[in-house]
Ligand binder design. Structure first.
Ligand SMILES: Nc1ncnc2c1ncn2[C@@H]1O[C@H](COP(=O)(O)OP(=O)(O)O)[C@@H](O)[C@H]1O
Ligand SMILES: O=P(O)(O)OC[C@H]1O[C@](O)(COP(=O)(O)O)[C@@H](O)[C@@H]1O
Length: 323
């Protein structure tokens, strides 16, 4: 019997627990012995590795976060610690490792793969930022978008009651994906993301006209990368005379009951990862695109810059009153 392990690394997402459930059930179904690594790469270094069974994954499918914890491991950047990690995997006779994480985690996985023999690796893109090159979808994005949707819908209730402008800051690190999709699907008036240059003055006359015609509140969704929430809120007050408030959504975007779509994607990603390993893939990342899954080399994914789909960007450019 071959032993297979899984770990979660980098920012957690809602959908990791669903993936863990599928991992245990499908591994056992395929005649593999499943192991959990607790606390990501730190857990690999510290030998926090234990055999998992059905009862470990009972009742977790709906829960955000990850039952086996995640980490951002500074030590893992050093080869001596990665050697320790490899020795620990070998001490449990683990031949396969599945890594749930983002591009940073895949760089770590690549290093492990380069520095070990006899071990095979599969990466599953999991980040609410949805910013991994080569895949249209990363596990957890749908749940995060739904959390943001509920938040903006609630903010609209109070914004309209007080005739205010709300500047809502979405996560995404350097990527505007979360902010853009949220702005589009929430009917926001303004969307500012790093991928699209902006000039607040372009909004002025149009927003003034809208106010004369009866608009009495504004929703602006901005990416955390721009660090401009204060500036935008001040602009609404000074240039439009509209009282404004800022809401930084923060880490609520990382939690919450996993959506049906993310549960299904967790199921598919894990199935693909395990099938690929059993078919002999040594190190790959499972990517989703054009309605199907494919297995890509780590370097094709982890070292390339993610670009938002051009159709979405086109819609993003329509904010700003010039359409
Ligand atoms: N170049 C690298 N070499 C080895 N490990 C890395 C490298 N880059 C990132 N990692 C590991 O991956 C972890 C997760 O990366 P991080 O960028 O925080 O999250 P994400 O995987 O979501 O992008 C880091 O804390 C580190 O342990
Ligand atoms: O939880 P932390 O360490 O404060 O990190 C916050 C960052 O993590 C994220 O939520 C997710 O990023 P990763 O998936 O790349 O780790 C970013 O959107 C955000 O900028």
């Amino acid at each position: 019997m071959k032993n297979i392990a899984i770990l979660c690394s980098g920012g957690d997402v809602s959908g990791m627990n669903a993936a863990l459930k599928r991992f245990v059930e499908y591994s056992i179904g395929k005649g593999l012995r499943p192991y959990f690594v607790d606390h990501g790469f730190d857990g690999l270094i510290d030998n926090n590795i234990y055999e998992a069974c059905y009862s470990d994954v009972a009742g977790i499918i709906s829960r955000g976060g990850t039952k086996i914890h995640s980490s951002r491991s500074k030590r893992f950047m050093e080869q001596s610690y990665r050697k320790q990690a490899i020795d620990n995997l070998k001490s449990h006779n683990i031949g396969y490792l599945v890594v749930l994480g983002g591009d940073g985690s895949f760089k770590g996985m690549q290093a492990l793969s380069d520095e070990s023999e006899g071990l095979s690796f599969a990466g599953i893109p999991a980040t609410i930022d949805n910013d991994i090159a080569g895949t249209e979808y990363c596990l957890g994005v749908d749940t995060a978008l739904n959390v943001i949707k509920y938040a903006i819908d609630s903010i609209r209730d109070t914004a309209s009651s007080f005739s205010r402008a709300f500047v809502i800051e979405a996560m995404g690190r350097e990527s505007g994906y979360l902010a853009l999709v949220s702005a589009l699907t929430s009917g926001a008036e303004m969307c500012l993301i790093p991928e699209i240059p902006y000039d607040l003055d372009n909004y002025k006359s149009c927003f003034q006209k809208q106010r004369i015609e009866g608009r009495d509140y504004f929703i602006a969704v901005v990416s955390e990368a721009l660090k401009n929430s204060e500036e935008v809120a001040q602009w609404f007050e000074e240039e439009l005379g509209v009282e404004s408030r800022i809401t930084v959504l923060g880490h609520i975007q990382r939690g919450g009951n996993t959506t049906v779509y993310d549960r299904l994607m967790a199921f598919h990603f894990v199935t693909q990862a395990i099938n690929g390993l059993l078919e002999g893939n040594k190190s790959s990342v499972i990517c989703y695109g054009d309605g199907g899954f494919n297995h890509k080399k780590i370097e094709e994914v982890a070292y390339k810059k993610y670009q938002i789909n051009p159709e979405l960007l086109k819609l993003g450019r329509e904010f700003g009153c010039h359409i």
